[in-house]
Design a protein around this ligand. Structure first.
Ligand code: ARG
Length: 581
């Protein structure tokens, strides 16, 4: 069975065609979940816009659509409200049968897409020799959730960790390593990457002789000098070790196989530039080779370029991204490109996509999406920093989340074994850290507050995880009592039962919304609503204590489906659930 959203969309589309002819077949019927059960379970809002197009009163259009609508046994009532909203209430028998169908479906009604894309998701992308800090957390967490969801929907996802592993800063880093005798081998570990970066930068600024050697070192690196390359590789290896550890602790699905750092594109830089010149897309400007996509003006009104080749002959960030987009489309066959990169780089990506269109690589067959996000703010409303004003390292943030979560577990479940406490604290701590980032509107800044994100009330990971735990505990008690759920006869007579049942049928649409909009908070909002409906249901409808055995087993099945929806939804966000906490 297709999900209710799709089923209603198809039925309304047919009604539109039957009422107004095939030229309206592509009209979006604007089917939405009703926010209030008083207005049915779903509604179609197309009558207003279609009325305008047809020059007819929306109510008359709504009436015509209802007349032509064939919902079979799906709906118990179809009403027109206000200016022309069409409210659909599902028939109880349909609802019960649909839930029974969900029970055997591990995907909870989410269909595999019939149009699988090859999607490159560019995310995380930290810079070598700099520890990951809070500035990378959003790209890492959002990109990972989107990758998981696109994959679940049936797309082929290519994770692209565009590591900053190339550029002039490596001259000073490597020169400093040479001076200090560090090559990453045993006993000559690179140690603190931030220190290495800070020291080499300080020397570059203060010691002219060092700066000169660092510049020569850049040339040696670019021309492939073996010793320089060896040190560079050691630096990359050390940095990857650090990043991989963070990914592992966070539970982020990035591995060694996903690093396609800037250096990966080195051999493609020359051909990319050559093609841009040959096509007349790149032009000489003030000694540099540039692409000037039309319509981009700087503050001074001058056109803004993407720099293909700098005036010193070197290639940089811009051309690397040009080579990468060309590679992803032409060589990897990507039909969708997703870049999860902070909002300060908006213009860079606007220029990049425009240039790729000019070059003919990016066509209408490929969807290129820049997925920006806002900043993380401290409770003072300013950029999130340590008390002394330094950037917050991701390692420290993870440590603190785990420590605070452990305190909560110690207080709430003192009798748990130590191993269980570690596992539960990890689920809560990493869950909270991820969920706070995902549940806020992606494009907005959000205020980082430990107390709020770790609270067991409100739109938080612990609240959702706790709802799941409660369901597991109901099932443990049911098992002890020898009670089995009966998914074929879920009761829907009580409003709280019905509301939870209907909400479960909206799971596929919540996932589809994220797939379309690339806004994970839509799934979070859904899960929070679902957990709240579960709590209301649980308060007003006794499960194990229900008198009638059929009600008991039917309600138990409803609990089971709610639990599975919560666990699956959280897992798509990269968040774990536990059985007790
Ligand atoms: N490493 C860059 C930074 O830290 C982000 C790279 C984003 N991805 C890309 N394809 N440009 O700002």
């Amino acid at each position: 069975m297709s999900d209710v959203q799709t089923l209603l969309e198809t039925a309304f589309q047919s009604a539109i065609t039957r009422a107004y002819g095939p030229e309206y077949a592509d009209t979006d019927p604007l089917v939405r979940s009703s926010a209030d059960a008083a207005f049915g379970d779903w509604q179609a809002n197309v009558a207003m816009s279609l009325g305008k197009k047809l020059g007819k009163p929306p109510r008359a259009v709504a009436e015509a659509l209802v007349k032509h609508l064939d919902l079979g046994t799906v709906a118990s009532s179809v009403d027109i409200a206000g200016p022309g909203f069409i409210n659909v209430k599902l028939a109880d028998a349909f609802l019960v049968a649909a839930l029974a169908g969900l029970d055997g479906d591990p995907r909870l009604g989410v269909a595999q897409t019939s149009h699988p894309d090859t999607v490159a998701v560019d995310y995380s992308a930290p810079n070598v020799a700099k520890e990951m800090h809070v500035g990378h957390i959003r790209s890492t967490i959002i990109g990972d959730a989107l990758s998981r969801m696109l994959e679940f929907a049936g797309h082929r996802v290519l994770r692209r960790n565009h590591l900053g592993d190339w550029g002039t800063q490596f001259g000073q880093l490597i020169e400093h390593m040479v001076d200090r005798g560090l090559d990453g081998s045993d006993g000559h570990g690179i140690g603190d990457l931030n220190d290495l970066y800070r020291q080499s930068k300080a020397r570059f600024d203060a010691e002219p002789d060092f700066a000169e050697r660092a510049r020569r070192r850049v040339v040696a690196l670019q021309s492939g000098d073996p010793e320089t390359r060896r040190l560079w590789s050691a630096l990359i290896a050390e940095s990857k070790r650090h990043f991989n550890e963070i990914y592992k602790r966070l539970g982020v699905s990035l591995s060694d196989a996903d690093y396609f750092g800037e250096s990966f594109y080195n051999d493609m830089l020359e051909p990319t530039a050559g093609e841009l010149v040959a096509k007349g897309v790149a032009v000489q400007s003030e000694g540099a080779l540039c692409v000037f996509p039309p319509g981009f003006k700087g503050r001074d009104g001058a056109p803004v370029p993407l720099i293909v080749k700098k005036s010193d002959g070197g290639y940089g960030y811009d051309n690397t991204d040009l080579a990468a987009i060309r590679h992803r489309i032409l060589d990897l066959g990507c039909s969708r490109l997703v870049y999860v990169v902070g909002s300060p780089q908006k213009q860079h990506f606007d220029l990049l996509f425009a240039a790729a269109r000019m070059a003919g690589w990016l066509t209408d067959a490929v969807r290129a999406e820049y997925v920006p996000f806002g900043s993380v703010l401290g409770e003072d409303g300013k950029m999130f920093k340590t008390r002394s004003g330094e950037v917050i390292k991701l390692t420290d943030l993870i440590d603190e989340a785990l420590k605070r979560a452990r305190d909560i577990v110690d207080a709430k479940a003192p009798d748990m074994t130590d191993d269980d406490k570690v596992a539960v604290a990890r689920a809560i701590g990493m869950g909270a850290l991820k969920y706070v980032d995902l549940s806020n509107d992606r494009i907005k800044d959000y205020v980082f507050s430990w107390d709020r994100m770790l609270a067991f009330e409100g739109n938080t990971a612990p609240y959702l995880q706790n709802a799941y735990v409660r369901i597991r505990s109901i099932f443990r008690k049911a098992d002890e009592a020898g009670l089995r759920p009966n998914p074929d006869a879920v009761p829907v007579a009580e409003p709280a039962e019905r509301a939870l049942a209907v909400e479960l049928l909206r799971f596929p649409d919540a996932v589809a919304q994220v797939e379309r909009s690339l806004e994970p908070h839509r799934l979070c909002t859904y899960l929070y609503g679902l957990a709240s409906l579960f709590h209301s249901f649980y308060e007003s409808c006794p499960v194990l204590a229900a008198k009638d055995p059929a009600t008991r087993s039917g309600r138990l099945a409803l609990c089971g489906m709610a639990g599975r929806a919560l666990a699956l939804g959280l897992s798509l966000l990269g968040i774990d659930t536990v059985d007790r906490m």
